[in-house]
Design a protein around this ligand. Sequence first.
Ligand SMILES: *Cc1c(COP(=O)(O)O)cnc(C)c1O
Length: 333
Amino acid sequence: MTGPGAIPHIALADLPTPLEPLRRLSAELGGPRIWVKRDDATGLAMGGNKVRKLEYLMADAAEQGADIVLTTGATQSNHCRQTAAAASRLGIDCELLIEHRFPDWPDAYTEGGNLQLDRLLGATVIDLERGVDRVQAMEDRAAELRADGRRPYIIALGGSSVVGAMGYRTAAMEILRQADDLGLELREVVHATASGGTQAGLVAGMAIRRSTVPVLGISAGAPADYLAPVVRELAEGVIARIGIDREIADDAVVIDDDYVGEEYGIPTAEMHEAVSMCARLEGLLLDPVYSGKAMAGLIGHIRAGRYRASDSASANDVVFIHTGGTPALFAYR
Ligand SMILES: *Cc1c(COP(=O)(O)O)cnc(C)c1O
């Protein structure tokens, strides 16, 4: 924890995460040099992007005297797994309200992967049916807990509140510092976006550093016109919370929803190709729900010539953030 007036923070992640070249994938695609930011390697219980958010969320919960955290997600939520692990590490209880969208899928999906780890980590799992209002369900459960004398703290879906997004403003700074150390000329930072907190933090961090490096979020579910205002509001919230004088530029929030496919969590042919290319060319394991679709987006953009030499021909490095989710590989065939 830090001093008065500072933003409460508890260290949970192994930071900085590595920034590594994907030489064989870059050569195969014949486009820019691709670098992977290994946020799958944040350490806690198989890692992932939520650990950076939880450093701020769990500190806020502790400040508020919480003795139990509640959060929500889909059956194979990586966010729920990482929250359960953070709660275990800090010795507080955790309840996960899990929405089962595909209850008829094989057991590997409905019971394995992340959900198996949630239980192993000691979280209490409350099952919700598809389409239930998850925000209301968490508020109702928190009211019951309060009536029992408990002090619950609600963590938003995906940890995407202003507090959670704080964790990705520092990730943006980390990327800029590492790129600088390696002498890279960054063309773009690309990552999977879903509840928006990761992208919001990145956009805010770039603004804080007055960087012009663009951030491209490839949606794993939500339509871009729904998600973009959410990301912007969270990014502005981060700026306001820090109390720094910055504007989020009009064109700073860029989301591509062309790689979602049928629906969140449902595989696409492009995802399969991206996951197997990274595995076979780089020994790098992506996930089927987020980073696989995001990499499919990056590959699609490279093939379409997005990074072809232009006026900024010196900038030839693209950073792909591996946001984690590898345990979900075991839930999918
Ligand atoms: C949650 C998650 C994301 C999306 O991050 P948001 O902050 O919710 O947009 C991306 N990749 C993985 C593996 C995730 O678990």
